[in-house]
Design a protein around this ligand. Structure first.
Ligand code: SF4
Length: 206
């Protein structure tokens, strides 16, 4: 493996696919602020260049997929930048009879990034999408995530709602370090407003 070119890596019971460094956010808590992302996963996740879709496929195929619970498309950035290539990779795997449980971890602003509704692209390709809800108001969200585009919080929530039509499990997450009241407010937004599965994640220090 080239230095600075980790495409897939194991974490827990899953295989993660590192697709991009690009991101339209600059979150206060982002691992990218802390070195090159080597400490948490013991991999250097900063890609010296983006892998091509063919390189992503080849790297995944070099693994024994039966070993993993989920194949998770993420990035040391926002994976929806690569939605077209990721869809191609999943289609290739499926055409070869491989049917891993597929998940994407995203900030949920792929529609803003692409200027089109990308939700239908997930249909029949993804089993689960995990979206970072992070907090309960647009003001706090902007202060925490510093999105490039305006209206990112509402766009993220709309994306999550729309995606429910196309993906069996849409999950929204917060970390357990936010106040209890905020955790409860986020639960209501997730479950009652959007109808997604709510998950309070343990904060992992880098
Ligand atoms: S969305 Fe993810 S990759 Fe982008 S800045 Fe936030 S934490 Fe980092």
């Amino acid at each position: 493996m080239e230095k600075g070119f980790t495409i897939t890596y194991e974490y827990g019971e899953n295989l993660y696919v590192n697709t991009t460094n690009r991101c339209n956010f600059n979150c206060e808590f982002c691992l990218r602020h802390n070195g090159r992302g080597g400490s948490i996963y013991t991999h250097n996740l900063w890609l010296e260049r983006e892998p091509t879709k063919e390189e992503i496929l080849a790297d995944i195929e070099s693994r024994d997929l039966a070993k993993y619970k989920q194949l998770v498309f993420c990035g040391f950035g926002e994976p929806s930048y690569r939605i077209d290539d990721i869809c191609w990779v999943i289609d290739q795997l499926k055409s070869k009879g491989k049917k891993p449980f597929t998940r994407m971890d995203t900030n949920g602003t792929g529609n803003l990034i692409h200027g089109r509704n990308i939700c239908p692209d997930f249909a029949g390709r993804f089993d689960m999408v995990s979206i970072s809800l992070n907090t309960d108001t647009a003001e706090k969200y902007d202060a925490l995530c510093h999105p490039v585009q305006t209206g990112a919080y509402e766009a993220m929530k709309s994306f999550a709602k729309e995606l429910r039509q196309y993906v069996p499990t849409v999950m929204m997450t917060v970390v357990d370090t936010i106040p209890k009241e905020e955790i409860e407010n986020c639960r209501k937004i997730c479950e009652e407003e959007i109808g997604a599965v709510y998950r309070v994640r343990e904060y992992i220090e880098d």
